[in-house]
Design a protein around this ligand. Structure first.
Ligand SMILES: [Ca+2]
Length: 487
C-alpha cells in the first residue's frame, strides 16, 4: 500500500502532467515562438508493418522505436498515401493525393505550384530543414546524387532553409549535398543524416527558434549495404542490418532532444513510405516483413500501404495509447497547419488528408471520411487499381469493372471477398470512389491552382517563388480564397 506522501507526490505529478498537456494545447498565430512545438517528421524507406519490435519482429530488437511507441501514440492502421516512394513523399509535403499533382511513380517530381508543409510553417517563424532522401526532384533513377544548387527542384525551392539531401536512396559512406555543396560522410547513412539533423536542432534550440526537421532515411531500401557492425548485430541479414542503423539513429534523436531540454514540446512523427518489398524468388523475409498483411510494396493490399506509424510528443500526448483509427501520410500537412493556426494563402484544394489533432488528443474514435488510394495500371491510370477505405470496409477496384470488398476489422488479411454479400455498402462506396477519382482527374489538369492550369517547367520556377513570397506575407495577403482551416 502506498504512503500518504507517495500518493501526494503522485498527485502533484499528475497536476504537472495536466499543466504540461494544456501548455501545448492552445496555439494561435500570436503564440510566442518559444512556446510553439518543434516538429520532426521521420520516414523510413520500404520498412514493412512487421519490421518493428512492437509489431512482433524478432530478428532484431528495435528498442528505440519500441520506446517511442510506448511513450506516444502508436497507430495500428497508419497508411502511406501510395504503395511507393515519391508519391507518398508528395503527400507528406502537400496533404494531397500525389496523383492530383501527377506524381505517379517513384522518381517523379513535385510541382512548384503546390504548397508545402515547409512553406506553411515558415509563415509562423519556423526554421526548416530537410535531411536524407528527397526523391521529389525527378531526374535520373539509381543511387542518390548530391543535388547541386542549380537543381530547379531541390528542397530549397520548396521552402526548406537548409538541406542535406540526395536525390534518391543512399547507403554507407555516401556523398550528400549540404545546400548544394557535395559532402562525403563516412559510416552508416542513417547516422550521417541524424548527426547533421541534430546540429540543426541544437542551433535552433539555442536560439529558441521553433523548427521543422524532415528526416527521410534511405534505409532499409535496396541495395542493402549496412556497416559490418550492423550486419553482425542483425545476425547477418543486410536488410535488418540497415534497420539496426535506423533504430540507433532514432535513439540518438530522442536522446539529443532530451539533452537539449526540448524533448517535451517536440512532436516526432515516425512512419514508413510504403510496405516492405517482397520477392518470392528469394529467401522469405530477406526484404522485410508485412507480417499477416496481404501483399507488398507496389500493391494496394494492406501489405503495400499499411506501415509502422508513431507520434511521440510528451507535452500533448500525456497518456500513451494504441489507436485503431485509420490515418494516412496526407494527414500530416493539415494536422500541422491546424495545430499552428496557419492561414495558408491561396491553399490549393482539395486536401485529401484530415486534421488528426482530435485523434492525438484521444477524442476521435472514428475517421470522419474514407481514404482513397490509386495506383497506375500497366495501361495507364484508368486501368490501375483503386481503393476506397473507411473505418471497417475496403472497396478494392482491381480492374476496370472488377470490385472486391473486405472487412478490415474482422478479416485483416483480406481473405474473404464480400462484394456479393454486402451490395448496399459496395454501392455507396463505389459512388464515393467514382466522385473522388473525378476530383483527382480535375486536379491533374491544374484546376486547383490560381493559374487554373499546370504551368510549363520554366513558368513554374516563378510560380514557386511567388508561392513562397505569398506564404510569407499571407496574413496581409489573404484574398478571399478559402483557407485550409475552413476545409
Ligand atoms: Ca520506399
Amino acid at each position: 500500500m502506498r504512503s500518504p506522501q507517495s500518493r501526494l507526490a503522485a498527485g502533484i505529478g499528475m497536476i504537472f502532467l495536466a499543466v504540461a498537456c494544456r501548455f501545448a494545447a492552445a496555439l494561435s498565430p500570436d503564440t510566442p515562438s518559444d512556446k510553439r512545438p518543434n516538429i520532426i517528421l521521420c520516414m523510413t524507406d520500404d520498412q514493412g508493418w512487421g519490421d518493428v519490435g512492437y509489431n512482433g519482429l524478432t530478428k532484431i530488437k528495435t528498442p528505440n522505436l519500441d520506446a517511442m511507441a510506448a511513450n506516444g501514440l502508436r497507430f495500428d492502421r497508419f497508411y502511406s498515401a501510395h504503395p511507393s516512394c515519391s508519391p507518398t513523399r508528395a503527400s507528406v509535403m502537400t496533404g494531397r493525393h500525389p496523383y492530383r499533382m501527377q506524381c505517379d511513380w517513384p522518381g517523379m517530381s513535385l510541382r512548384l505550384q503546390e504548397q508545402t508543409i515547409a512553406r506553411a510553417v515558415k509563415q509562423v517563424g519556423y526554421s526548416t530543414s530537410h535531411f536524407g532522401k528527397w526523391h521529389l526532384s525527378g531526374g535520373k533513377p539509381g543511387g542518390g546524387r548530391a543535388l547541386p544548387e542549380s537543381d530547379p527542384l531541390h528542397p530549397g525551392h520548396f521552402g526548406f532553409d537548409e538541406w542535406f539531401t540526395v536525390s534518391n536512396w543512399f547507403d554507407t559512406d555516401w556523398t550528400f549535398s549540404r545546400n548544394g555543396e557535395p559532402t562525403k560522410i563516412e559510416g552508416d547513412g542513417s547516422d550521417a543524416i541524424m548527426t547533421e539533423a541534430l546540429q540543426f536542432i541544437k542551433r535552433n534550440a539555442q536560439e529558441k527558434k521553433p523548427f521543422l526537421a524532415v528526416i527521410w532515411f534511405g534505409s532499409p531500401h535496396v541495395p542493402l549495404a549496412p556497416t559490418a557492425a550492423d550486419l553482425k548485430a542483425a545476425g547477418g541479414s543486410p536488410y535488418y542490418g540497415e534497420m539496426v542503423g535506423v533504430d540507433r539513429s532514432m535513439g540518438a534523436l530522442r536522446q539529443g532532444l532530451r539533452k537539449l531540454g526540448i524533448a517535451d514540446n517536440t512532436m516526432i512523427w515516425f512512419n514508413s513510405d510504403n510496405g516492405a518489398w517482397m520477392d518470392d524468388t528469394v529467401e522469405p523475409d530477406a526484404f522485410g516483413s508485412n507480417s499477416h498483411l496481404r501483399g507488398h510494396k507496389g500493391e494496394l493490399w494492406e501489405g503495400g500501404i499499411r506501415v509502422p506509424g508513431i507520434i511521440e510528443w510528451p507535452a500533448r500526448i500525456c497518456k500513451p495509447s494504441i489507436t485503431h483509427v485509420p490515418a494516412v501520410t496526407s494527414d500530416i500537412y493539415p494536422t500541422i497547419v491546424e495545430l499552428l493556426g496557419i492561414k495558408v494563402a491561396n491553399q490549393n484544394l482539395p486536401i485529401d488528408g484530415i486534421n488528426i489533432l482530435p485523434l492525438i488528443d484521444g477524442t476521435m474514435t472514428e475517421r470522419p471520411r474514407p481514404i482513397g488510394f490509386w495506383h497506375h495500371g500497366e495501361r495507364g491510370l484508368q486501368d490501375g487499381p483503386v481503393v476506397w477505405s473507411d473505418n471497417q470496409y475496403k472497396l478494392h477496384r482491381r480492374g476496370k469493372d472488377t470490385y472486391e470488398l473486405y472487412d478490415l476489422i474482422n478479416d485483416i488479411s483480406e481473405k474473404k471477398n464480400l462484394i456479393d454479400e454486402e451490395p448496399a455498402i459496395a454501392a455507396t462506396m463505389k459512388a464515393e470512389m467514382a466522385a473522388w477519382l473525378e476530383s483527382v482527374m480535375q486536379s491533374r489538369k491544374g484546376l486547383d491552382y490560381l493559374e487554373k492550369k499546370v504551368l510549363e517547367p520554366e513558368e513554374q520556377q516563378s510560380a514557386g517563388k511567388s508561392q513562397a513570397v505569398g506564404n510569407v506575407n499571407a496574413r496581409e495577403n489573404m484574398n478571399g480564397r478559402e483557407s485550409l482551416t475552413a476545409f
